[in-house]
Ligand binder design. Structure first.
Ligand code: A3P
Length: 346
């Protein structure tokens, strides 16, 4: 009898203990996430009247973001959306590409900023005729709920290379901010190939070697018909965009540096978006197992990107790599000249 009572008491103490530890951890996590916010500071912005009218302190935004999260999880009602002034806003900035440049990492890292809300999915509104025909309201409804003071960012890397997109985006918002993340063109092309190769392998299909696709067997020159090569000729595509937008509306992110040293790259983006600096080293930690930086929201919540980001590339014949680098060189020089950002690619 005494033994039974002891077991019961021990179980009860265990439950109470777990509850206390859980609550403590939660509190520390909340404080941790608030700690990294500097003294209350309004969101100054070049994003137009809506922003300046109701300047909401970032600390409040961070708190409200918790509610937003609840809403996304389906814990809030339409009534709550109305009560908290949640809206679905068109993006004020778009990550237009480049595919395999690090577009997902950039979006997720920017989303660490309390004034930024990301569209989780690639919407493919401007590059897909069927979607585009559904109209701008369809696009807006695809956007996440946010507070009016926040900015929504979406990414669809296909925008960068699709002919019709610049004009379509211009028609929506001629002063939109355009983020373009690039990697050394040959590495990007190999990354692009690796993604396609993996897709084929998943379907038990065979695929050509990279060398066979990238080099024209008849001329032994670089095969400019190969999409992965064409996408890496950044100037060709950028020139189409420049018919609609001045270069000041673009910000170039160094995708290679975002891998090794993400914070300075993110700080440049914060500046470009005219956001107060809020992403700190605390939010980014290197995960040795993953081999990449991962995201830390607070002491409990952190995440790394999915395994499909950061694939191991197949080995490529060094002479093909050299040929490709030589091929891209003049285009790269022009890219530095147009954008004003020198990336020292080989
Ligand atoms: P690889 O798979 O070639 O390594 P995108 O999101 O545009 O498809 O880009 C994918 C690339 O993002 C990956 O290419 C990877 O190198 C890069 N990347 C940058 N930062 C990363 C991070 N923190 N975690 C995982 N991948 C990251």
């Amino acid at each position: 009898m005494l033994f039974k009572q002891q077991v019961w008491l021990r179980q009860k103490l265990l439950v109470l203990g777990s509850l206390a530890v859980g609550s403590l951890l939660y509190l520390v996590a909340r404080v941790g996430s608030l700690d990294r916010l500097q003294p209350i500071c309004p969101v100054e912005s070049r994003f137009g009247a809506a922003h300046n009218q109701a300047e909401l302190p970032l600390r409040a935004l961070q708190f409200k973001r918790g509610l937003l999260h609840e809403f996304r999880k389906g814990n809030s009602s339409k009534e709550q959306v109305r009560l908290h002034d949640l809206v679905q806003q068109l993006p004020k900035a778009i990550i237009i590409g480049v595919r395999k440049g690090g577009t997902r990492a950039l979006l997720e890292m920017l989303n660490l900023h309390p004034a930024v809300v990301k569209a989780s999915q690639e919407i493919h509104f401007f590059d897909n005729d069927e979607n585009y025909a559904k109209g701008i309201e369809w696009y807006r409804k695809k956007m996440p709920f946010s507070y009016p003071q926040q900015i929504t960012i979406e990414k669809s890397p296909a925008y960068f290379i699709t002919e019709e997109v610049p004009e379509r985006i211009y028609k929506m918002n001629s002063s939109i901010k355009l983020l373009m993340i690039v990697r050394e063109p040959t590495t990007r092309a190999i990354s692009d190939y690796t993604q396609v190769l993996e897709g084929k392998e998943r379907k038990n299909k065979t695929y050509y070697k990279f060398e066979k696709l990238a080099i024209d067997p008849n001329t032994c020159e670089v095969n400019t018909k190969y999409k992965a090569v064409r996408t890496s000729i950044y100037t060709k595509h950028l020139e189409r965009w420049l018919k609609y937008f001045p270069i000041e509306q673009f910000h170039i992110v160094d995708g290679d540096r975002l891998i090794t040293e993400p914070l300075p790259e993110l700080q440049l983006v914060e500046k470009f978006l005219n956001l107060p600096p809020r992403i700190s080293q605390y939010n980014l930690y290197f995960n040795a197992t993953r081999g990449f930086y991962c995201l830390r929201f607070n002491i409990i919540f952190n995440k790394c990107l999915a395994g499909s980001k950061g694939r191991i590339h197949p080995e490529v014949d060094p002479s093909v790599v050299t040929k490709l680098r030589k091929f891209f060189h003049p285009f790269n020089q022009k890219f530095y000249q147009i954008t004003g950002r020198t990336l020292n690619w080989p």
